[in-house]
Design a protein around this ligand. Sequence first.
Ligand SMILES: NC(=O)c1ccc[n+]([C@@H]2O[C@H](COP(=O)([O-])OP(=O)(O)OC[C@H]3O[C@@H](n4cnc5c(N)ncnc54)[C@H](O)[C@@H]3O)[C@@H](O)[C@H]2O)c1
Length: 248
Amino acid sequence: MSNVVVITGAATGLGRATALKLAASGYRLVLVDYNEADGAKTTADAKALGAEAIFVKADVSNETDVQNYVTKAVEAFGSIHYFLNNAGIMIPFRLLHEYDGNEYDRIMNINLKGVFLGIKYVIPVMLENEGGTIVNTVSSNSFKPTAYNGLYSATKHAVLGLTKSIGQDYQSKNIFAVGVAPNNMQTNISASAAVTYTEEVGQAIGATTPPNISATAEEVAEAMVFAMTNGKLLTGSVVNCAGGQILI
Ligand SMILES: NC(=O)c1ccc[n+]([C@@H]2O[C@H](COP(=O)([O-])OP(=O)(O)OC[C@H]3O[C@@H](n4cnc5c(N)ncnc54)[C@H](O)[C@@H]3O)[C@@H](O)[C@H]2O)c1
């Protein structure tokens, strides 16, 4: 049965909500995060809903950790049919010239290299398996930056590029990739950006963001499941959860 799903960033927010949505539907889950306590909680909750599930602690920006979660998935369940490449961070709101090199490296390593490494090690498993679908969590910032968010936006533009490339390069091999783009989703991710929040930043964000409807992680999880189960139809494209923003 094609039901093995690897989810990165499964400890909290969208990854957790998607894991719990899949848990009651017969999927076998490999839940990955560097937050061990909350990752273990998602795993226990998924099992309580009836899923077979394992937790693998991993920093998605660390190549050895990525190889390890892929290996553990195959050891536990034999293959990987769906890969929800979802872990991501925000960093403090700043103008581009105010960021330092360490902040640049951190967000590029997690949001872009982490996504690339997942793709790099999962695709050979999918090739062996003669197919699979990858869902990359992109963002409304993959299309249009919000103010004071230039590096985050650059990572999400790049992940959209990776998604399109998979759509183009692997279609004939039955490997598909779909982006899911949350916009204003109620999770903890913006807490690390908000440390530099001021009235001026808030006004600039408001001015660069058209009216939008915020969504819960549980609502966006519906889009994750739709994307992963419709890879052939949607490959190379994005399910926009934009809440009224016109992005493309
Ligand atoms: N919340 C929003 O408004 C919004 C909007 C657009 C896109 N997104 C994207 O949604 C995805 C999920 O974020 P969320 O909103 O659920 O936030 P979240 O902070 O609740 O979830 C992110 C998860 O990723 C994990 N993570 C972060 N860095 C990691 C690393 N190096 N290795 C392993 N795990 C790591 C965190 O521990 C956490 O469990 C992210 O890619 C984010 O960029 C969120």
